[in-house]
Design a protein around this ligand. Structure first.
Ligand code: MN3
Length: 207
């Protein structure tokens, strides 16, 4: 996969039906191909007419540097690079090979230290995910001192621009759940917890 322009749609790390029964195959296919794929296309289109140095930047570098770009390049690049980045983390953060439904490794220790317990963290992310008004994301992020924090962002805003390192994310745009759960975001979030790849999240934290 290209680290810079032209970006490619990252393949799913599992078959499209691998998240059943929690997230249905049709939702995964649409979400990955049409939504994530759409951001990849629009990001490449925005970069095609952007200054050459931008074409060498990675997704993360684009997100961190885009706030300094002139409009409308800035909006186009930031929104679409954000869309690609968040969806890659979201899909990679779930697994069809469910060995542990609890955090593991150093991340497990950090969760206990920062939130008191896994249950307390789970409750907080669920609350933040449910209270995000309209489209957006609920994140578990790491601050520069190694402490964890929970926050939500609207649309395709990425905590990297606030100096925070994303560890795990749940998509709360309606397209992530509407086909199966209709308007019941609560049920979708409850299901998502069964899919979290804690090994992947721990690797993110250690890095
Ligand atoms: Mn989405």
């Amino acid at each position: 996969m290209n680290e810079h322009y032209p970006f490619e749609l990252a393949p799913l790390p599992y078959p499209a039906n691998g998240l059943e029964p929690y997230i249905d195959e049709q939702t995964v296919l649409l979400h990955h191909n049409a939504h994530q794929g759409g951001y990849v296309k629009k990001l490449n289109a925005a970069l095609e007419c952007a200054p050459d140095p931008l074409k060498c930047l990675s997704l993360e570098q684009l997100i961190v540097n885009a706030p300094m770009l002139p409009l409308p390049s800035r909006r186009e690049i930031l929104q679409n690079a954000g869309g690609v980045y968040a969806h890659e983390l979201y899909f990679d953060g779930m697994t069809d090979f469910r060995t542990s439904t609890l955090p593991v490794g150093e991340l497990a220790c950090a969760i206990d230290r920062c939130f008191g317990s896994y249950q307390a963290m789970k409750k907080e992310i669920t609350k933040i995910a449910l209270s995000q008004f309209g489209s957006g994301w609920a994140w578990l992020v790491c601050c520069s001192n190694g402490n964890l924090q929970i926050l939500s962002t609207p649309n395709q805003e990425i905590p990297l621009t606030m100096g925070l390192r994303p560890i795990l994310v749940v998509d709360v745009w309606e397209h992530a759940y509407y086909l199966k759960y209709y308007n019941k975001r609560t049920d979708y979030i409850a299901s998502w917890w069964n899919l979290v790849d804690w090994g992947f999240a721990n690797l993110n934290y250690i890095q």
